[in-house]
Design a protein around this ligand. Structure first.
Ligand SMILES: Nc1ncnc2c1ncn2[C@@H]1O[C@H](COP(=O)(O)OP(=O)(O)OP(=O)(O)O)[C@@H](O)[C@H]1O
Ligand SMILES: O=P(O)(O)OC[C@H]1O[C@H](OP(=O)(O)OP(=O)(O)O)[C@H](O)[C@@H]1O
Ligand SMILES: O=C(O)c1cccnc1
Length: 484
């Protein structure tokens, strides 16, 4: 895939802050930022991290071309030519740590940590959040759909309804990571190695004198994999009977109609009737697929009503994450360098959920060695040793809620991706990511995975992190009181 240089894919305030740092001589000081989200989308109990591959390519290709420099010069009269010269030599030289794509993640944990010169850390915020927020959102929506679909096949059909081309292909990839089986977008298929799928549209049927002729012609060119759309005129009176006729004829000629597609009406009723009609004609091997504004709710209800659908094609509601269209992930400064050392910094808010967790942080998934399931996640300083035998886990807000965990394995979730600007991580294949996602899901109790009112997963702080946070809150509270 050719990756375009996206250096200007940032907000102007980032370049302004880079400029202000440069003018003040602080641009080479190191900063630490964490990317995280505060709330699971769709009322879900978890999210599925995606976007890392795009972030890796973005950082590898990050440079200011001559035309970008010229454009910046025109945009802001204050930019000093010597600053623009500095941009000419720009590349990402920092460290980036991230969880693996496909990981089940939770609110408020640092899923990406950036350690870089203030100059670089500012520039990359916007693009990192752009990639992480969208792809994680779609992977999460896809995981919800996957959960209700069971063993049924899931096809991603969203491109025509997606918010432009990038969203279509990266959304198709995110859906595949979360367990979809194929996409209708050939470019996504080619770029990422996702299996592709295609039926035909209503236009194909309208284009012929009769529906039967349309089906026959289609089967004649796709003798073993045609899926016939049966709802153009009347699903049960015309579409299904014509498909049956054509399927019989095909059989006699050594061909095979692979399936039919329902795209309107009551999908439970129509699929049950269609299955009955097909079976009565000995066509048990003709599968039924469905589409039409599907999401996890409709799929679940159609299945509860006894619908006989083998494959689901999902477009609009997946690719636009229609009922919750933004993840809201943020990138916050958590430590800054002074005299060669990192010092934790905090952002205070009236809303306790918006107070950041300071320090150079990592986090661990605390897996029970007997069940293989997670007790929760544990955020600690990178230089902290996590106890091996007994771990005290406590709720960081209601601290009296605590438990002592034994017989566990603490798995560090953040992986080094770039060290001193060098890529040190081998990007996994899409199949490896998809498999890893299932493994990650299997470590979470089903009470947290359920679609409706899931049990909240514990994301706890080490005592050290908690104390650092409380001390900083006290410090700022005291300073503010002193001012009054
Ligand atoms: N049995 C069902 N239970 C719950 N929802 C369903 C069922 N069958 C279809 N739906 C969903 O209901 C929504 C509306 O379907 P409806 O039949 O009203 O519209 P339509 O079929 O698109 O209409 P039209 O026939 O005019 O194209 C769609 O999102 C569809 O997926
Ligand atoms: O409903 P979605 O989840 O968004 O899935 C994609 C939709 O796109 C197609 O319809 P469209 O009316 O665009 O074209 P068609 O003529 O092929 O039906 C397809 O038949 C699906 O209904
Ligand atoms: O192949 C299909 O049936 C398809 C592809 C894209 C959108 N709707 C349907």
């Amino acid at each position: 895939m050719t990756y375009h240089n996206l250096s200007l894919h940032t907000d102007k305030y980032q370049i302004n802050m880079m400029y202000a740092h440069w003018k003040n001589g602080t641009h080479n000081e190191k900063r630490v930022y964490n990317a995280f989200f505060r709330k699971n989308p769709f009322g879900n109990g978890f999210a599925v991290f995606a976007g890392l591959e795009r972030i890796v390519h973005y950082l590898q290709n990050l440079k200011f071309e001559e035309e970008d420099i010229e454009y910046l010069q025109q945009q802001e009269e204050h930019y000093d030519p010597a600053f623009l010269e500095e941009l000419r030599n720009f590349s990402f030289t920092g460290n980036l740590y991230a969880v693996k794509e496909g990981t089940v993640v939770f609110p408020n944990e640092p899923i990406i940590r950036v350690e870089a010169r203030a100059f670089e850390a500012h520039l990359i915020e916007t693009a990192i959040l752009n990639f992480m927020n969208y792809q994680t959102l779609i992977a999460t929506k896809a995981a919800r759909i996957k959960q209700v679909a069971g063993d049924d096949l899931l096809f991603e059909f969203g491109t025509r309804r997606a918010q432009e081309a990038d969203a279509a292909i990266w959304g198709a990839r995110a859906a595949y990571i979360a367990g979809f089986h194929a996409t209708s977008n050939l470019r996504a298929g080619k770029l990422f190695g996702i299996p592709t799928v295609g039926t035909h549209s209503h236009a194909w049927v309208q284009d012929h004198d009769t529906e039967e002729e349309a089906f026959e012609k289609f089967v004649s060119v796709f003798p073993n994999n045609a899926i016939l759309l049966v709802d153009t005129y009347d699903t049960l009176r015309s579409g299904v009977p014509n498909a049956i006729k054509v399927a019989h004829k095909a059989k006699k000629e050594g061909k095979q109609v692979k399936g039919i597609r329902l795209d309107s009406g009551d999908l439970a009723y129509l699929s049950k009737q269609a299955r009955k009609m097909l079976d009565e004609h000995g066509l048990q091997d003709v599968k039924i697929s469905a589409s039409n504004d599907l999401d996890e709710q409709v799929i679940m209800h159609v299945k509860l009503q006894g619908g006989k659908i083998d494959a689901w094609g999902i477009g609009t509601k997946l690719i636009t994450a229609s009922e919750d269209p933004a993840l809201g992930g943020v990138y916050k400064l958590v430590a800054k360098e002074k005299n060669g050392m990192f010092h934790p910094v905090i952002k205070i808010s009236e809303d306790p959920n918006k107070i950041t967790t300071p320090g150079v942080l990592t986090f661990y998934r605390i897996l029970d060695k007997t069940t293989g399931k997670s007790h929760g996640d544990y955020i600690a300083m990178v230089d902290e040793t996590v106890p091996k035998e007994e771990l005290k886990m406590f709720d960081p807000v209601h601290t009296y809620k605590q438990k002592i965990v034994k017989n566990f394995e603490a798995v560090e979730m953040l992986q080094p991706i770039f060290i001193n600007g060098k890529l040190v991580y081998e990007l996994p294949t899409i199949e490896e990511i998809r498999k890893y996602h299932q493994e990650s899901l299997s470590q979470i109790w089903e009470e947290t995975l359920r679609l409706l009112n899931p049990q909240e997963y514990y994301v706890d702080l080490s005592e050290n992190v908690w104390k650092t946070k409380m001390n900083l809150i006290q410090k700022y509270r005291k300073e503010t009181n002193d001012l009054e």
